[in-house]
Design a protein around this ligand. Structure first.
Ligand SMILES: CSC[C@@H](O)[C@@H](O)C(=O)COP(=O)(O)O
Length: 368
């Protein structure tokens, strides 16, 4: 999608140096558009952990390129195989909830199995990382095609009147490579000429809705309104939300959905008000080995200062402001799990299915 009218992906290999991976530094959007350089595996791990890049699919692709950098670093190691294993563990340990991370590292390890020597490994790793990146673009486009049909149906029912969609956090193109998951249907609806408007949850504590989703919708010219995190229920009670679309960091084989903290409360409000609640996801976010997400999905906890301070622009400078007594302790759970029974459907690259083992199996029989 575009920034200031120019098409970009969220991650790319430098045109002048094949050993340099570059990303937008998402810690500073919307105030600054800055590029962050990743030329070592430590920098790749830092970028994921510190949320220079974030969003499950982009975390996965960054880890894939991290493995490629690992293959380059392994060239000068006495035990390259052992070194690469350590790189895989280091990347896997950066963020626990998004399963795309371990999925991508595993895909890279599978591709590297057949490489004959360390030089060959570097070539294979770069090729596979490029493929994973391209696959994500195609997958997100397809999610958009299926999701578009849902928006078209609502638009038709409303005789072309504005379709109001609520989203939480950022499952937009900034969380992927292009298109996004939750936003892909929205962008495609906009391109199809549908009158679409997005309620953007600010998404405390890190405000990915305010900082990222509002930024990217604004850049694409999609009508949107920023709301604080507690507003969705009220809007739903008053018929002001036609559907909810969110992303996910891990969805279990029975359809339980882990996503940014606060998603569960939106699902409860949607359920109580008969508002359809959809989840857009690539199959790399499906954890086919796990059931009972509430019990089993590891939930990331982060630094309490993310809750105690708010980052914003003051007099032209990005600053953090304390919003509570300095000694008040804060809890910072990054994600919650919405049980499958509250999910109307999963929008995947292969179509839309029920959030259940049966529904997922119909689309991905080879995984069962
Ligand atoms: C397509 S992105 C899906 C999810 O990763 C997204 O909704 C989300 O919760 C992102 O959380 P973040 O902590 O910003 O990485």
């Amino acid at each position: 999608m575009n920034i200031n009218g120019k098409h970009h992906h969220t991650i790319w290999v430098s045109e002048i140096n094949e050993k340099l991976i570059q990303v937008f530094d998402q810690r500073y959007f919307p105030h600054k558009v800055e590029v962050f350089d990743i030329s070592t595996t430590d920098e790749a791990a830092f970028a994921i952990k510190e949320m220079v890049v974030r969003g499950a699919p982009l975390i996965g692709v960054t880890a894939a390129y991290g493995m490629y950098l690992g293959c380059i670093e392994a060239l000068t190691q006495s035990n390259p195989d052992e070194y690469l294993k350590q790189v895989a563990s280091k990347l896997n340990a950066t963020r626990p909830t998004a399963v795309n991370l371990s999925w991508a590292v595993n895909e890279m390890e599978l591709a590297l199995k057949n490489a004959s020597d360390t030089d060959e490994r570097v070539r294979v790793a770069l090729k596979r990382a490029h493929e994973i990146k391209q696959e994500d673009i195609d997958i997100c486009f397809n999610i958009g095609q299926y999701g578009l049909k849902l928006i078209q149906e609502i638009s038709k029912k409303k005789n072309g009147k504005r379709v109001n969609i609520l989203t939480h956090c950022n499952a937009g193109w900034l969380a992927t490579i292009d298109w996004g998951t939750a936003t892909s249907p929205i962008y495609q609806a906009q391109q199809a000429g549908i009158d679409v408007h997005v309620w953007v949850d600010e998404t405390r504590p890190r405000n990915q809705g305010a900082n990222l989703t509002a930024f990217e919708l604004n850049q694409q010219g999609v009508q949107h309104t920023l709301i604080n995190d507690n507003t969705g229920g009220h809007l739903m009670q008053h018929g002001m939300v036609d559907m909810v679309i969110v992303g996910t960091d891990r969805t279990t084989r029975n359809g339980d959905v882990a996503n940014k903290i606060g998603t569960y409360l939106k699902a409860l409000a949607a359920h109580d008000n008969n508002v359809p609640f959809y989840v857009g996801l690539p199959s790399s976010t499906l954890d086919f080995d796990m059931v009972d997400g509430v019990k089993n999905i590891p939930i990331e906890t982060r630094d309490e200062n993310e809750v105690k301070y708010i980052q914003g622009k003051v007099d032209g400078e990005i600053k953090s402001v304390l919003i509570c007594p300095e000694t008040t302790p804060a809890a910072n759970y990054g994600f919650d799990v919405t049980p499958a029974k509250y999910v109307t459907g999963l929008i995947t690259e292969r179509g839309i299915c029920e959030a259940s083992e049966k529904g997922i199996q119909q689309l991905f029989p080879e995984k069962f």
